[in-house]
Structure formats: structure tokens, C-alpha cells
Design a protein around this ligand. Structure first.
Ligand SMILES: Cc1cc2nc3c(=O)[nH]c(=O)nc-3n(C[C@H](O)[C@H](O)[C@H](O)COP(=O)(O)OP(=O)(O)OC[C@H]3O[C@@H](n4cnc5c(N)ncnc54)[C@H](O)[C@@H]3O)c2cc1C
Length: 486
């Protein structure tokens, strides 16, 4: 059977859905093909015994970017879901039992830091000044268009000084050392490298801008869990006429020698002059549209990290924890050394999201929904039975002991991420941001044939919900501007 549409989107992750809404709102006939039975990609949740866990994103930043898309569809984010700005935003814990709580207001956080480590309040505020500049320059340069060539970026720069302002020549770790005299806060700043699956010792200091984004624009939660955000995206897309086909794996992208002509499913061919791939670039160039040169270029970059997540249904309430918590390892260098060497870190930093602290609907009465996550290399093999108890043991050494109160501990590892979303090796964010030129080496948004595009975490500007949403904006603009592809 052969059908036709204006635009075929391969993958119903956030990148695919945000692109679909933009293009359908502009009058295009869009069909999204998703291999899984549900939409949302990594933005997903899981229920068990009355507990709900966001198993992908648990922290929402810059919800205004999603609101921009919803407005094109004639609605508002606030009308679709209840988004709440969290205060406190994060609790951080170190192995020496010290702890600091970050607040929603930079001044309140600076005061907390000053009490935690004298002098660090001013250091934090100085960091934010620098980080805001990085964000503002990035917003009008990196995030304002595609990166088809370094020239396209230079054209968006107001002066050569912009290159210095984004602090891309230093690593994040070096910036952390220059900013904070307290080693614990150096570790805190280095953590932002992990937001793009990267290594603080290798990623550019540009990533410090995430600290300003969290401080100024807030850390957000969607009532009912982030699964409710995914449901809203699906609803809004359908309202503007997007057609979703779930359980529909695209097997091949078809083309002439010049341009794409459509996609091939197991038992169906769909003709489309524009194909947008929301899946991973390696999957695209290896399986869907084999292309040696592009594939080699993706393979030359480091994969981003993967992770081990453990979903724990916990009885009772745990004192002193917040919604978002981080228990730092004793030695960050060793932790990332293990990751670089391809091993699960022996002493990992543990992120713990307990959204039932904010939203009681996420756990049965007098219980907590613990989502624990550690960074691992992509491609690593784990022991799905052993790693749950192991991580609870590790957590008990650094912080709360959940072992006697855990009703279950379910493990999600790199292999599941890889097979479910076709993310090679289970890399969460496509290629990493390690190295000065990583931003220029990300797989390009324009494919090797006319009408072929990439969107989402695997392409420009990177992974995480805000960047993926920006990616959808940039690719939609490219498509709508290109007259020949209409
Ligand atoms: C454990 C974890 C924690 C995270 N935490 C956060 C967080 O707190 N905050 C944050 O902002 N981000 C977080 N992220 C990152 C964020 O989830 C991703 O960057 C983002 O969701 C990626 O969206 P995407 O659309 O680019 O790709 P994906 O979500 O990977 O979507 C791609 C879709 O394409 C489909 N697909 C692939 N190949 C095919 C094919 N051949 N045919 C049909 N369909 C196909 C896949 O099944 C998938 O549904 C986290 C991710 C994980 C895994």
C-alpha cells in the first residue's frame, strides 16, 4: 500500500512531536511514525503498585519554550497542565555529611551557600553573572539557527568577543576551579556537564550557563508527573491535525540521487517530499539511510553517557530530602575516570528524584517514589538484578538507607534505553559535548539529500528537553523557509 503526506516524521519523541505541532500549525499535513506503542520517547513514566515514576526527564527547565509551541497551536502550557516552580529546587549532599539547599531565588541560594562555606555566596553570584552572559550569547547565536557551517554561527555573532564570552576554550572543570575555592562547589558546577551526558574535565565551560537557567528561570514540575506533559503534547498535536502512527517502525528512508521521496515501513510505503528523523543519527546513517561518510563522522564523536536508573517504591517518609537530591561521590575524578574507561563507576554520584515530596498522587499514602539515577558509559553491560541492591547499598553509605523500606527496586539500564528508543549503546543524549569542537561536530540537521532533516537530542543543539524543543524550532524554520520542499 502507498500513501502520501507532506511531511513524515520518524519518531514520536519530544523532538518529533514539537516539530509536528509547529509544521501542522503552519498548515502542513504531518504524519509521525513511532516504533513503540506509546509516544514521548524518553519522556515517559511507569506505574507499579500505586507508585508512578518519571523514568526519563524528571526536571523541567525553560517550560516557556514548550509554551511557545503550544501557542502556535492556539493554547497555552498552563491551560493544558499544572506546571509548578519548585522551591527549594535541589538538595545537595556530600560524603562528609555536609549539605546545602538551593532555592528558587539566586539571592536566597547565595545566602545558603554563604552559611555552607563562607565566601561562596559571592562566588556563586559572580558565576551567575558570567553564566547569564553565556546563556544570552548562546541564545542569539547557537540556538538561533542550524550549524550547517562554522560560518553560519559566526554570522550570528555580533563581534569576535562573543566567542570569548561563551567560555568555550576552558573546560567546565577548570571554570569550576577558577570560580569556587571550596572543592565541594567545584564538584557541584562540574555536574552540569552530565546534563548533556558529558565529562566535566572535557566539556566546555559554556555548560555553566545551565546554572543560570536553573537559578533565573527555575526548576519546574508538572503535576501528575512529567508523563502528563507528554500527554499534553500528544493532545495538542492531534488538535492541530497531526496524525500519529504508533507501533510503526520505519525500516528505510527512500530517495532519488537528489532528494528524499518517503519512508518504508514493514508493510507500507509512505511518499513524502520531506522526512524528519527524530531517532538517533547513528541509527539513521547505519540502518535507515546508509551513508558511510555521515556514519563515520558520527562514530568519530564520543557517545554521551548512559545511565542506570532504579525505581524504588519506599514505605514511610524520609527526613531532610527534597524533590530533587544529589549525593555526590567522594572523588569526581575517579568517577569520570571509570566512565572514560568504559566501566560503571565504583563510587557513583547518585541523583534521587522523589516527586511524591511535591505531589502525593505519585505514591500510595505514607510512601515515596524514589527514582535513582547514576551516570554510566554507553554500551556498558549491567546486572539488572544486582545493580538495584548495589545502588541502595551505595545510597545507604552516602545518605538515606532505604533497604528495609523498599517494596521493590526495578532497574532500567543502557541496554533497555538502547533497544527501546534505538539509541546506540543506550547513549541518552546522542553524541557528547566533550571537547572544544563538539558543538560543531554534532550530526547536522540537514541530511545528505534534499528534504531530509534531523531533529532532537542527536543533532543540533543537543539533548535535554529545552534543547530538543529548540531543535524542533530550528528545523521547522528550515523546512518552512525552503520553498522547493513545500
Ligand atoms: C534517564 C533519563 C533522565 C533524563 N533526565 C532529564 C531531565 O531531568 N531533564 C531533561 O530536560 N532531560 C532529561 N533527559 C533527556 C531527555 O529525555 C531527552 O534529551 C529527550 O527526551 C530526547 O528527545 P528526542 O525527541 O530527541 O529523542 P527520543 O526521546 O529518543 O525520541 C526518539 C523517538 O524515535 C523513535 N524511533 C527511533 N527510531 C525509529 C524508527 N526507525 N521508526 C520509528 N520510530 C523510531 C524512538 O522510539 C523514540 O520514541 C533524560 C533522559 C533519560 C533517559
Amino acid at each position: 500500500m502507498t500513501v502520501t503526506c507532506d511531511i513524515a516524521i520518524v519518531g514520536g519523541g519530544v523532538g518529533g512531536m514539537m516539530t509536528a505541532i509547529r509544521l501542522a500549525a503552519a498548515g502542513r499535513q504531518v504524519v509521525v511514525f513511532e516504533r513503540n506503542g506509546e509516544l514521548g520517547g524518553k519522556l515517559t513514566s511507569r506505574q507499579r503498585d500505586g507508585f508512578t515514576f518519571d523514568t526519563g526527564p524528571s526536571l523541567l527547565t525553560l517550560p516557556s519554550l514548550i509554551d511557545d509551541v503550544f501557542q502556535l497551536a492556539g493554547t497555552r502550557l498552563d491551560d493544558e497542565v499544572n506546571v509548578e516552580r519548585l522551591d527549594p529546587s535541589f538538595r545537595y549532599f556530600w560524603p562528609d555529611a555536609s549539605t546545602v539547599t538551593f532555592r528558587d531565588q539566586p539571592i536566597a541560594t547565595a545566602e545558603a551557600l554563604e552559611a555552607f562555606s563562607p565566601g561562596s555566596g559571592a562566588e556563586y553570584l559572580a558565576l551567575l553573572t558570567r553564566a547569564r552572559t553565556i546563556w544570552n550569547v548562546s541564545d542569539r547565536t547557537f540556538f538561533a539557527g542550524d550549524m550547517s557551517s562554522p560560518l553560519s554561527l559566526l554570522r550570528r555573532m555580533q563581534s569576535p568577543r562573543d566567542l570569548l564570552r561563551i567560555d568555550a576554550l576552558r573546560t567546565l572543570q577548570l571554570r569550576a576551579r577558577k570560580t569556587f575555592s571550596d572543592a565541594r562547589l567545584q564538584q557541584w558546577l562540574g555536574r552540569y556537564a552530565t546534563y548533556s551526558g558529558s565529562d566535566p574535565a572535557l566539556a566546555p565551560a559554556t555548560l555553566a550557563c545551565i546554572a543560570a537557567v536553573e537559578a533565573d528561570f527555575g526548576s519546574w514540575y508538572v503535576r501528575g508527573g512529567l508523563g502528563a506533559l507528554r500527554d499534553a503534547m500528544v493532545r495538542v498535536a492531534q488538535r492541530v491535525g497531526v496524525e500519529f502512527r504508533v507501533n510503526s517502525e520505519v525500516m528505510k528512508i527512500e530517495s532519488t540521487s537528489r532528494r528524499v521521496t518517503g519512508v518504508q515501513l514493514a508493510d507500507e510505503r509512505v511518499m513524502a517530499p520531506v522526512v524528519v528523523v527524530n531517532g538517533d543519527a547513528e541509527h539513521l546513517y547505519r540502518d535507515l539511510f546508509p551513508h558511510g561518510k555521515r556514519l563515520r563522522s558520527v562514530e568519530r564523536s564520543d557517545r554521551s553517557t548512559s545511565g542506570i536508573a532504579v525505581l524504588v517504591g519506599v514505605e514511610g517518609r524520609t527526613p531532610l530530602i527534597g524533590h530533587h537530591n544529589v549525593w555526590f561521590s567522594r572523588d569526581y575524578r575517579r568517577e569520570f575516570g571509570d566512565i572514560r574507561a568504559g566501566r560503571v563507576p565504583t563510587e557513583p554520584t547518585i541523583y534521587g528524584c522523589v516527586s511524591s515530596v511535591t505531589d502525593e498522587s505519585q505514591a500510595p499514602a505514607n510512601c515515596e517514589n524514589w527514582f535513582l539515577l547514576i551516570n554510566t558509559p554507553a554500551d556498558v553491560t549491567i546486572n539488572a538484578h544486582g545493580h538495584g541492591p548495589w545502588l541502595l547499598d551505595r545510597l545507604a553509605r552516602l545518605g538515606p538507607d532505604l533497604r528495609s523500606r523498599a517494596r521493590f527496586a526495578e532497574v532500567i539500564g543502557p541496554h533497555e534505553i538502547a533497544t527501546r528508543y534505538r539509541s546506540p549503546g543506550g547513549a541518552i543524549y546522542g553524541t557528547s559535548s566533550n571537547g572544544r569542537s563538539a558543538a560543531f561536530r554534532r550530526p547536522a540537521m540537514r541530511g545528505p539529500r534534499k528534504g531530509l532533516y534531523l531533529v532532537g537530542g542527536a543533532t543540533h543543539p543537543g539533548g535535554g528537553l529545552p534543547l530538543v524543543t529548540i531543535s524542533a524550532r530550528i528545523v521547522s524554520e528550515l523546512i518552512l523557509r525552503s520553498r522547493r520542499e513545500r
